[in-house]
Write a protein that binds this ligand. Structure first.
Ligand code: ZN
Length: 287
């Protein structure tokens, strides 16, 4: 099942995406919440929504009549893993890490399907990174890896947009400042619920820019798998419903090409992940 969030007057409302259009979950079942984070935190939410989906005659909203928002419009946390594919670590000249490299982005970095993300003023080396994004369901602290899968709501494609000139500003590496510009965390095209994804999640992942395939791999290449990442991160911070974990990128980023291939105005990035879909992002004018 695919979930979407759409704008209705001043509200961001969660809906089931079907080939015919959107089914507003709360309008179909008033006992369920209207916002996605409250929904994903409920015990048994997936079964309840699956039950609802089976009912005949549910009202359908044509997608073209509404504005879609990022499926998690205001995540409490966006946590990212650097260097999680062994061959990407080789490409950047880094050692294979023994523990995950973790950084974060502000919630203001989130963008949705077909977002136009401007090149921020002062950025000369804007780069793409195709990533599988875990969306947390039931929250928790000190989640052990055997239990971790039960805390996942679903998955999105993500593009960990990165300003390499800021990320590598001396005197030290500055992952956060290079990666948290507004709009630098596109997610989508929808949330694919966890029941549709096999465990472990061995999924083909690719990045095309203007139709040219620049990254192509499979998440079986992870150095740290998803249960381990959830266990590791939740030792530090309580994970909450709707928190996003960007799980790292495979080889082929623009910085690693010879000559480097940085993003420019008008470029279209497409992150495609098996069973999840294609996330499209357009690079806008500098501003
Ligand atoms: Zn990344």
């Amino acid at each position: 099942m695919k979930l979407q969030t759409y704008q209705a007057s001043s509200e961001a409302r969660v809906a089931i995406q079907t080939p015919q259009g959107l089914i507003d979950i709360q309008k179909a079942q008033p006992q369920l919440p209207s916002d996605i984070q409250t929904l994903l935190g409920m015990e048994g939410w997936l079964e309840k929504v699956q039950e609802l989906r089976k009912q005949p005659g549910l009202p359908v909203i044509p997608v073209e009549t509404v504005t879609l928002l990022p499926v998690i419009p205001h995540p409490e946390k966006i946590i990212c893993v650097g260097l999680n594919y062994a061959d990407h670590a080789a490409e950047t000249g880094d050692q294979i890490p023994e523990i995950p490299v973790i950084f974060n982005k502000f919630p203001t970095a989130v963008a949705g399907q077909d977002a136009v993300v401007p090149i921020p003023r002062g950025v000369r080396k804007m780069d793409y990174e195709a990533e599988l994004v875990v969306v947390m369901g039931k929250g928790g602290r000190n989640i052990n890896r055997q239990e971790a899968w039960k805390h996942i709501a679903g998955f999105c494609c993500g593009n960990d947009l990165s300003a390499r000139d800021w990320q590598f500003l001396p005197p030290a590496r500055q992952w956060f400042i290079g990666k948290t510009f507004d709009g630098f965390a596109p997610i989508g095209p929808s949330l694919t619920t966890v029941d549709e994804i096999p465990q472990p999640a061995h999924l083909d992942i690719s990045m095309k820019v203007n139709g040219e395939c620049l990254q192509n791999s499979n998440t079986s290449q992870f150095i740290f798998d998803i249960p381990f990442l959830i266990e590791w991160i939740s030792q530090v911070a309580t994970l909450c419903p709707g928190d996003l974990i960007f799980t790292g990128t495979p080889p082929g980023v623009g910085m690693g090409k010879n000559p480097p291939r940085y993003l420019k105005e008008g470029d279209i990035c497409e992150v495609e992940i098996e069973k999840i879909g294609i996330l499209r992002t357009k690079i806008g004018k500098t501003r």
